[in-house]
Write a protein that binds this ligand. Sequence first.
Ligand SMILES: [Zn+2]
Ligand SMILES: [Zn+2]
Ligand SMILES: [Zn+2]
Length: 131
Amino acid sequence: MIHIHGQVIDEETRCVHYDGPTDIIAIKFACCGRYYPCIHCHEESESHRRRTWATNERDERAIYCGACKSEHTIQTYMNHTHCPRCSSLWNENCKYHHTIILRRTIRESHSKRQPCCRSSKNGKAVRDKRI
Ligand SMILES: [Zn+2]
Ligand SMILES: [Zn+2]
Ligand SMILES: [Zn+2]
């Protein structure tokens, strides 16, 4: 059985930070291999530096659907707005935060707008171009 770390508040992996109806996935972080419901849960519990999944690691099973308790690859997560197994809707807004957990190719960065990342002051969008 998969253990979800962090401040989880229910069986579908909602946490104290995100508890909307579609917040039902947990992410396995590349740095520690632990599942957390969200980035804040990870940062609160871990002191190490976060590592993002590389573009060639997309067949890693790093997404957990809290509704049907199944694991999915990063690629599946990127291609679906809902769980292919139980059809539960996944939080669509998460796609704006993909770069927190995984790397995008240059083409993906340009084809998908990421308002929250683009406006960040630390130059994240610029750094991503190096990939
Ligand atoms: Zn970690
Ligand atoms: Zn959280
Ligand atoms: Zn599911």
